[in-house]
Design a protein around this ligand. Sequence first.
Ligand code: EPS
Length: 390
Amino acid sequence: MRYLTAGESHGPQLTTILEGVPAGLELTTEMINSELVRRQKGYGRGRRMQIEKDQVQILSGVRHGFTLGAPITLVVQNNDFKHWTKIMGADPISAEEQEEVKRKLTRPRPGHADLNGALKYGHRDMRNVLERSSARETTVRVAAGAVAKCILGELGIKVGGHVMEIGGVKAEKIDYHSIEELQEITEASPVRCLDKEAGEKMMRAIDKAKEDGDSIGGIVEVIVEGMPIGVGSYVQYDRKLEAKLAAAVMSINAFKGVEIGIGFEAAEQPGSLVHDEILWDEENGYTRRTNNAGGFEGGMTTGMPIIIRGVMKPIPTLYKPLQSVDIDTKEPFKASIERSDSCAVPAASVVAESVVAWELAEAILEQFGHDRMDAIKENIKRHKEYTKNF
Ligand code: EPS
């Protein structure tokens, strides 16, 4: 299974084509829209989110609520495009129109893709970079992730996510009994935080950043329950599922680091406290006493919950000006902007769930078959029996 996305932030629409989704998967517009809505919510977003009301159109590969096995095309219109038709149109515009448009960007924002992207592709107008590097693209990554979640859901694999930290405010570790309970609590929190008190403090931190014309980042965690044992492989570097997940999370806009299980904390502990002891019982087969490995050993799943965290840096588009250089005049300047989010960590937690779901669904299909959902279900059932009695 693979997918590509296309589309600019202020262009007409975002598109993704999903290739290799098995036939016979229940999939509706509503199932995808409910995920798009989750990404759009979240305390700290700017005015753009009031303009957009993301709704997917399924343009191929699905008929009467079930996938056909054919490529699935998903599109989401950008409502904001109506304000940008001249600036973002595909066809050439006249000199007078260019004069009218006048939105050439020559002042790179520190922390954004602007300068490196302009140098790489030779764009003197950095709008050509920012339009595609914008996190608006994550809309269709969430749409793709929604399809992956449907695949996992039919196989009894559940994905949840939450925000652990925003702008230095850390959530206390709160126990939850099931992914459903985690989802219920985080859905009710404007910052997707399990710890209500910390959530309030996070909102105040976002207010403060906004007042100061600044932005703040944070840490999100994704948890996946129900993965069969032994998905992924140790035999080749590019088949290690843990590495694929890390790459997927790192590919989210503004993400700068990933941890699995206890992650960096493993450096501080002896092996006897880090490694998860192996148990066996008739009902559950092989399990672990602890889950410090976050569901992975040797690039393969252990059958324990997958736990992966990612850190998002503060958004680089700031009201508070930072020093930069105009690429036309080479003069220094201090940039200020028209519109930005002060914090997009809650939205990023939904994106993280989506990209993790995609990688896991892809790994499942690679191991258990690509064509039909009913055959994949059978194969997994057999595999579970096999591993239990191994
Ligand atoms: C973004 C800048 C803002 C965000 C945008 C990502 O958009 P604009 O430049 O139109 O104000 O709102 O995020 C989204 C539109 C979205 O759907 O998440 C950026 O530069 O990355």
